[in-house]
Design a protein around this ligand. Structure first.
Ligand SMILES: Cc1cc2nc3c(=O)[nH]c(=O)nc-3n(C[C@H](O)[C@H](O)[C@H](O)COP(=O)(O)O)c2cc1C
Length: 279
C-alpha cells in the first residue's frame, strides 16, 4: 500500500511531519543576526543548504509560524540588517542549539540563553559563534518569500564573504575530517543524527571515468535475481566490461553460484574480482 497526499485537493494534514521526516538528514545552520538597533539574535534552521560555489551561496528558510502566523526574529533581522553568520552545529553544542531555538521574546539574546559565546566577526556586525568549528560571515543578497500563510518559507540567500575553520577538525591534508567535526543533522520529530564510523561509508566514484551504466551490463548480470540494484551499480561503475582472465574459481559453478560469490566479493569491496567471476 502507498499512502498518498494530493496537495492539489487540499490534503495537507500532517504535511510538515512528512516533509521534515522525509527530507533527511538535514544539516543545521546556526544563524547569528542583529536587528536595526544592533541587538543580537541566534537561532537554528535545518531548512538549509549550500547552493553555489562561485559565488558561494547558502540558503536557509525561516518559516512563518503555523500556530501564530508570525515571522521569525531572524527573518525580521536579515530584512533590517542584510548580514548573518551561519555556523555549523556539532555534537558538542547540539543541546545548546536546541535551547537557542525556544521562542524567546524579541530582543532576548539567545547567546545568553544558550551559553554560546559571541566573538566579533571581521567583516559584518553579527557575531560568530566561538564553539562552532565552522563560521561563515555572509551578506544577505535576497529574501524570497514563498507565501503569506503559516508554514510559508522565506529563502534567505546568503553570500559567503569570509570562512572561519577551526584547524582542530582538519586532517593531515588540511581537509575537513567528518569524524573530528562530528556534525549533527536533523531528522523528523525529535530525532537528530550523529556522525560516527558506523553511520558513514564511502562510495568510490572516480570522476576521471564514466561508468558504463546498468543498461550496458551483459543480460545475465543485469537480470540477476541475486544481485541488488546497488550491487549492479558497483559493477556498472566500471568503464568497460573487463577482459576475462583464466580463473579456477569460476569453473564448475552454476550461474546462481557465481552471482552469490560475486555478491560476497562486492560486499568486501572487490569489484574487479566480482567481475571476473561473472564474465
Ligand atoms: C534543529 C532545529 C532546526 C530548526 N529549523 C528550522 C527551520 O528550518 N525553519 C524554521 O522556521 N524554524 C526552524 N527551527 C525553529 C526555530 O529555530 C525557532 O522557531 C526559533 O525560535 C526561531 O528563532 P528566532 O525567532 O529568534 O529567529 C528549528 C529548530 C531546531 C531546534
Amino acid at each position: 500500500m502507498i499512502k498518498t497526499l494530493d496537495i492539489t485537493k487540499g490534503e495537507v494534514e500532517g504535511l510538515y511531519g512528512i516533509l521534515s521526516a522525509a527530507v533527511t538528514p538535514r544539516p543545521i545552520a546556526l544563524v547569528s543576526t542583529v536587528d536595526k538597533n544592533g541587538k543580537p539574535n541566534l537561532a537554528p534552521f535545518s531548512f538549509f543548504n549550500v547552493f553555489s560555489v562561485n559565488p558561494p551561496i547558502m540558503v536557509f528558510s525561516p518559516v512563518k509560524s503555523g500556530r501564530f502566523g508570525t515571522n521569525k526574529h531572524t527573518l525580521e533581522n536579515v530584512t533590517e540588517v542584510k548580514e548573518c553568520v551561519i555556523a555549523l552545529v556539532t555534537e558538542d553544542i547540539a543541546q545548546q542549539v536546541s535551547l537557542a531555538s525556544c521562542s524567546f521574546d524579541k530582543g532576548v539574546n539567545e547567546f545568553d540563553k544558550s551559553g554560546l559565546t559571541e566573538i566579533k566577526s571581521d567583516l559584518i556586525t553579527p557575531s560568530r559563534i566561538l564553539e562552532s568549528p565552522i563560521n561563515f560571515e555572509c551578506r544577505v543578497n535576497d529574501i524570497i518569500t514563498l507565501g503569506d500563510e503559516g508554514g510559508a518559507g522565506n529563502l534567505v540567500i546568503a553570500e559567503i564573504l569570509k570562512v572561519h575553520i577551526n584547524e582542530d577538525i582538519l586532517d593531515n591534508e588540511g581537509t575537513i575530517d567528518p569524524f573530528k567535526m562530528r556534525i549533527v543533522s536533523r531528522y523528523g520529530a525529535n530525532w537528530y543524527g550523529k556522525t560516527t564510523k558506523d553511520s558513514l561509508y564511502e562510495i568510490a566514484k572516480p570522476i576521471s571515468r564514466t561508468g558504463m551504466g546498468i543498461d550496458k551490463l551483459p543480460e545475465n548480470i543485469k537480470n540477476s535475481t541475486i544481485l541488488t540494484g546497488n550491487e549492479l551499480a558497483i559493477l556498472a561503475s566500471a568503464e568497460n566490461i573487463p577482459t576475462k582472465i583464466e580463473l579456477n574459481a569460476r569453473e564448475n559453478k552454476t550461474e546462481e553460484e557465481k552471482h552469490i560469490f560475486a555478491k560476497e566479493l562486492l560486499s568486501q569491496g572487490k569489484s574487479e574480482d566480482a567481475w571476473q567471476i561473472l564474465i
